[in-house]
Design a binder for this molecule. Structure first.
Ligand code: DHB
Ligand code: FE
Length: 453
């Protein structure tokens, strides 16, 4: 069940993957800094002092000082980053490549002029006993996988909910009606802190501006600062990531034909922090969230946005990736955030469609595959332009046991309320059959008349 990395066996070759990138992060970022003339000047004036600004490990630092590119590559460097170091020393790509072969510069140049290195004897397929790995996608769950996907949590992430908490307004009647719907969840969350939450949300022109529009972003970093969205950063803890598990997920999901954007450094906005606050309550900036978080951001700002079907399929790839983990035992939750119906723009602002929202919840629970056939237009037309956020929810649902021939999920909690700010608040906790359940029945919170019928 370990990940397929057949490229590791190719003779004389190091492939720069997420694992290598993690090892070489500081080395590569140092190399990138040499794209500025003033940094090249400072580096050449005192290499050791300049390198000390970049937190390299001792092997990496010595390799840079020795211009030992093989060691830099082994230590996670990538040739296109390292080329900036070579360029700073006035080396050509041919000199850099040749320096790693054990040949003299002249001999390497002559070899290239003579037609280059022949592949015979230098290929993986020339090695005895090598067979290509199979590329089949698992359609069933892996029994006894060390990482267990236990529960899916879905919730709106309205920024005003975070502001109500930050400003101490949760007991005001308007807000109490919202927070009552999360009372069950807070109790459940106390006994069910997972080791990691894969938190699906959408960035709201916060970490990503008009210069870059990635469709699916997986956070592979160690830490994510809370964004300042114009009101100052929310007074809540920064978010701790889980780089090893995230790199594993990235490797598996991309090999599963899903193209992700991997991000090591980004701020996180209300889409990610408000669900954490709703679930874990008031925590100050010096405290810690009770779980590590792997952010998974979906573009729903600029069209075209991914379809519900595509999000569901990403969920399936995500589950295969979770099942392939061979590290420590993990309790994994996947959250889907955003929605429900809301429109924040134009003369139709304020649109709420209670019937459609509840039909969405019904189908999410009982008929997720059918739900994937609802087109974008349906979300926008029925649930408002910003109701499109609901496609985020399909990812967690696609990863559940029943989509891999396992048992159907248990509905632990369901809540629906209008309004919070401009939005209909929807909230659902559903769990795979083997997950622990709170003994209380699935409830509708303290205001049953306001919840789904
Ligand atoms: C509101 C809701 C959102 O999901 C969001 O991202 C921004 C604002 C609102 O209802 O005000
Ligand atoms: Fe939103």
């Amino acid at each position: 069940m370990t990940l397929d990395k057949p490229y590791k066996d190719i003779p004389g070759t190091t492939i720069y993957d997420a694992e290598q990138a993690r090892k070489g992060y500081n080395l590569n970022q140092f190399a990138m800094s040499l794209m500025k003339p003033e940094n090249r000047e400072r580096f050449l004036a005192d290499q050791s002092a300049y390198l000390d600004e970049w937190n390299l490990n001792p092997v990496q630092k010595q390799a840079v000082l020795d211009m030992d590119m093989n060691t830099m590559i082994a230590e996670g460097g990538n040739i296109y980053f390292l080329a900036k170091i070579g360029a700073t020393h006035g080396m050509s790509f041919q000199q850099m490549a040749g320096s790693m072969t054990g040949m003299t510069e002249a001999a390497y140049r002559d070899m290239m002029v003579g037609g280059g290195r022949r592949p015979e004897g230098n290929r993986l397929k020339d090695l005895d006993g090598w067979t290509p790995p199979s590329n089949e996608k698992a359609q069933t769950m892996r029994p006894d996988a060390p990482a267990k996907f236990t529960s899916a949590l879905f919730t709106s992430h309205v920024p005003a909910i975070g502001a109500a908490m930050d400003l101490g307004k949760t007991e005001e009647p308007y807000w109490k009606r919202v927070f009552d719907g999360y009372e069950w969840t807070r109790k459940w969350a106390k006994d069910n802190a997972p080791d990691v939450v894969i938190l699906v949300y959408n960035d709201h022109a916060t970490a990503f501006d008009a210069s870059i529009i990635p469709t699916f972003v997986l956070g592979t970093g160690a830490e994510y600062p809370v964004a300042d969205e114009g009101y100052g950063p929310r007074p809540v803890p920064d978010v701790k990531g889980y780089p090893e598990f995230a790199a594993h997920l990235a490797q598996s999901i991309i090999q599963d034909d899903f193209d992700l954007t991997l991000v090591n450094e980004m701020v996180v906005d209300h889409g990610l922090t408000v669900p954490l606050s709703l679930t874990y309550g008031e925590l100050g900036p010096d405290e810690q969230w009770p779980t590590r978080v792997i952010p998974l951001a979906v573009n729903v700002v600029q069209y075209p946005v991914p379809s519900a079907r595509r999000c569901y399929e990403l969920g399936k790839a995500l589950r295969r990736a979770i099942d392939k983990w061979d590290g420590e035992e993990l309790n994994v939750q996947i959250w889907g955030t955003g929605g429900m119906s809301h429109q924040l723009q134009g003369p139709r602002a304020g649109l709420i469609n209670k019937e459609w929202d509840n039909a969405f919840l019904d189908h999410l629970i009982a008929d997720p595959l059918g739900l994937t056939e609802w087109p974008h237009m349906e979300y926008v037309d029925e649930a408002g332009s910003e109701g499109i956020e609901l496609v985020d929810w399909l990812i967690a649902r696609g990863a559940m046991d029943d989509q891999f021939q396992g048992g159907e999920p248990v509905v632990d909690h369901r809540f629906y309320h209008v309004p919070a700010s401009n939005t209909a608040v929807g909230h659902l906790v559903i769990s795979n059959p083997a997950a622990p359940h709170l003994s209380e029945p699935a409830s509708a919170g303290a205001n049953p008349e306001e919840t789904t019928e």
